[in-house]
Write a new protein. Structure first.
Length: 287
């Protein structure tokens, strides 16, 4: 082999190595380019996913907001009566006795002050309220401050009772020798407009849900009550004496439960008591 042959052989090997090296660089460049493209695609799609998720989140929030607004729009605005009924229902859950009525709590004062009026348009009741029960023995009397005369109006029964805070108890006579709109006679008025002794409670015009108003002079406010309970107490004999247990219990005060209690005799002999209890549902200023 001549020197020219050796040179050509060496030159061929050198060119071959250069070509291989060039091919390797080209392959590396292609790989790097592909990696770059791949990374760019990954980044692009990640951004697209984030944007999509964000858009979906915003769309979900918009739908929820629209649904909530639609739901609110579908719900009718509560009426005053519905709001009062809600308060009434809440009041009925308050059953904790705050103060048990005792005999010394009875207001036997003979104050001639008229402190307000008790009104129930549904049954035609409209009576002035006198402060205190008086100190008479209940026998017929012309003395204005006697218990007999005072009970012709409504009278406050308990000492220091506060309207709108306590169980505000009022009592009055009934008279079966007079018209049905006098005294507490309207409490016994029946649906057929009859007025008689010891009526069946289910036949009374007054019923659970009836509204009774008390106007109080001292604060010039009207207190609105809704009837929650009507019972007749015919008493029971204990140690030779007739005791009206339900009437006694009806004098109790309940915690956080402002009430109104009305009571009157159910017959001429006074052998029974009609008891009406109502819950406070609202107050307003007197025009």
């Amino acid at each position: 082999m001549t020197s020219d042959d050796n040179f050509r052989r060496s030159d061929h090997l050198r060119k071959k190595k250069q070509k291989q090296k060039s091919n390797w660089y080209a392959s590396l460049g292609m790989i790097l380019l592909l990696l770059s493209v791949l990374i760019s695609c990954v980044i692009y799609f990640q951004k697209a996913d984030v944007s999509t998720i964000k858009n979906l989140g915003e769309a979900k929030s918009s739908l929820e907001s629209a649904s909530e607004n639609s739901s609110q729009a579908e719900q009718p605005t509560q009426t005053i009566s519905q709001i009062e009924d809600a308060r009434f229902a809440q009041a009925l859950t308050q059953t904790e006795v705050a103060k048990i009525a005792q005999l010394p709590d009875i207001d036997d004062a003979a104050d001639e002050t008229i402190i307000g009026r008790v009104i129930c348009p549904e049954i035609g009741l409209d009576l002035p309220i006198w402060q205190g029960m008086g100190i008479g023995d209940g026998e017929p009397s012309d003395e204005p401050t006697s218990q007999y005369q005072r009970f012709m109006k409504a009278v406050s029964v308990k000492k220091n009772q506060v309207l709108g805070r306590d169980n505000f108890v009022l009592g009055a006579h009934t008279s079966f020798f007079d018209s049905s709109d006098k005294y507490f006679n309207p409490l016994l008025s029946q649906k057929n407009d009859n007025f008689e002794e010891n009526p069946q409670l289910e036949n009374l015009k007054l019923h659970n849900g009836s509204v009774i108003y008390v106007k109080q002079n001292v604060d010039q406010c009207e207190y609105k009550f809704r009837v929650s309970k009507i019972v007749a107490d015919y008493g029971q004999e204990i140690d030779g004496e007739v005791v009206f247990t339900q009437l006694n219990d009806a004098h109790n005060d309940f915690k956080n439960r402002p009430q109104l209690t009305l009571y009157a005799c159910t017959d001429k002999l006074g052998s029974g008591r009609l008891i009406v209890q109502a819950e406070l549902v609202g107050t307003s200023e007197i025009d």
